[in-house]
Ligand binder design. Sequence first.
Ligand SMILES: [Zn+2]
Length: 155
Amino acid sequence: MIRCPVCSHNNQSENDICENCKCDLVEYKNLVFAPDILYNRAIDAIKHKDSEKAKKYLIYALEISPKDTGIMNFLVRLYLSTKEYTSAMNYMVEILAITPDDERTIELMNEVSKRISRQDIEKKQFDEFMNMSFADYYKMLTGNEFSIDTLCTTK
Ligand SMILES: [Zn+2]
């Protein structure tokens, strides 16, 4: 959707001329959707601590220039800051597909893959805990079998 700057009519994004007032939308579209403008908007969004908005602008920017590793690197940093390691990893894979010798990204990928497995382990431990009965949990903590009597005789 693109809003005409002259008459405010909402046009389909692919329209080059406003359906309503017939003004030329091409230049305006370039202005609104240029990757560097979106990139700057992403930086603004970060200044306002809105990393979700920043991600969205960068993803738009990447749609326009899909091989821009600068945008991808920016996305990687954002996803790392919000601990979305899998998304960060996906962009790093894309960066390496374009620039396979990018040592900084290779190093970062190793670091992140360690964090992903740590996150998996923590999740597994949490799931196990959630599925554990109180008696199992008691046994795990104290090494003793749990029974109501145990509770009554303590103290
Ligand atoms: Zn118009």
